[in-house]
Design a protein around this ligand. Structure first.
Ligand code: NAP
Length: 309
């Protein structure tokens, strides 16, 4: 094995496109495929080979990395790549999926002789673009020399959770972490919604918690996105966050934990999507607190944004 790899990236959305650029920058050959090819085309200017089918993308690859919307997309795309998959190829599965998809992906890998790594990531658009993600990785020790250059290209840190990708230890940790991200964002949106409803200047709330144990950088960032009307382009879209909230709820249900906050968050995200905000940043769950039909075209500054009609 040379130290320069051929890496196939399936899915060039917010996260996948950033990964492509960073893996190219690290000197590897990248073959990129996206369902909507137009969205992948700009990556050719960064040095990636943009191809038309999943099967073309995986041909000759040492490593395949999936960064798609959900588990169904992952399995569908990998089945399409099937005829071109060779035994011994490493599959890094980084899409946020449920525990059942990890089982399906590990089973598929076993059938085809792929070496499976369960490797979701923490971090959003900006850390992805900067190659500063945290990779949560589980997979065999034996192939770590192959996956490490890829993880180093996309992330600042790799947290190993186990040596058996099929056990889903990384996905389990990822779902736990996302339950926190989703809860904080939804609660932050409700804080601003209540402040609006009670005619309280949100700045008074931020001054109140400033620097204390209730203060939090992430709350500040997501609140600013709402107040300053910076909900596009999304770092983490409402529709994707709803998918993750439902994964969290299901993982709890399947394992004996009822998760009311995650369920309520999923509903808030669903309502925001129904208001036409599915591709907004997940901070837009704020709008779920108000009647449908908020006039976003009237939004210009923080004051008007906080003024649901
Ligand atoms: P995104 O921008 O919406 O990209 C989703 C990708 O999946 C696109 O390439 C899309 O293709 C593709 N896709 C969707 N359905 C498909 C299908 N049925 N068949 C084939 N391709 C399909 O999402 P993202 O933010 O990059 O997130 C990707 C994954 O990473 C998600 O699982 C998400 O939960 C996870 N994640 C996201 C973040 C974040 O902050 N954004 C952080 C960590 C993990 P098209 O372009 O054709 O629609």
């Amino acid at each position: 094995m040379t130290d320069k790899l051929t890496v196939s990236i399936l899915g060039t959305g917010i996260m996948g496109a950033a990964m492509v650029r960073n893996i190219v920058r690290a000197g590897h050959t990248v073959r990129a495929w996206n369902r909507t090819r137009d969205k992948a085309e700009p990556l050719a200017a960064d040095g990636a080979q943009v191809v038309g089918t999943p099967a073309e993308a995986v041909q000759g690859a040492h490593v395949i990395l999936t960064m798609l919307h959900d588990g169904n997309a992952v399995m569908e795309v990998m089945r399409k790549a099937g005829p071109a998959l060779r035994p011994g190829v490493v599959w890094i599965q980084s899409t946020t999926v449920g525990i059942e998809t990890v089982d399906a992906a590990a089973g598929f890998s076993a059938e085809l002789g792929l070496i499976f790594y369960d490797a979701p990531v923490l971090g959003t658009r900006q850390p992805a673009e900067a190659g500063q993600l945290t990779v949560l990785a589980a997979g065999p020790e034996r192939e770590r020399a192959v996956v490490t250059p890829v993880f180093d290209a996309i992330g600042a840190r790799t947290v190993w959770t186990g040596e058996d990708g099929a056990a889903g230890t990384s996905t389990r940790l990822k779902l736990v972490a996302n339950s926190w991200v989703l809860a904080v964002t939804a609660a932050g949106g409700e804080v601003l919604a209540l402040a609006h409803a009670l005619d309280v200047d949100p700045q008074r709330f931020f001054d109140l918690i400033d620097g204390g144990p209730l203060d939090m950088e992430y709350l500040r960032v997501k609140s600013a996105a709402i107040l300053d009307d910076k909900l596009t382009p999304a770092s983490f879209a409402v529709a994707t966050a709803e998918k993750d909230a439902r994964l969290v709820v299901r993982a709890g249900e399947m394992n004996g934990a009822r998760l009311d906050i995650a369920a309520a968050t999923a509903e808030r995200l669903r309502r925001a999507a129904a208001q036409g905000r599915g591709s907004n940043d997940l901070a837009a769950s704020y709008f779920a607190s108000f009647a449908e039909g908020l006039n976003s075209s009237a939004v210009g500054d923080g004051a008007s944004l906080l003024d649901p009609q």
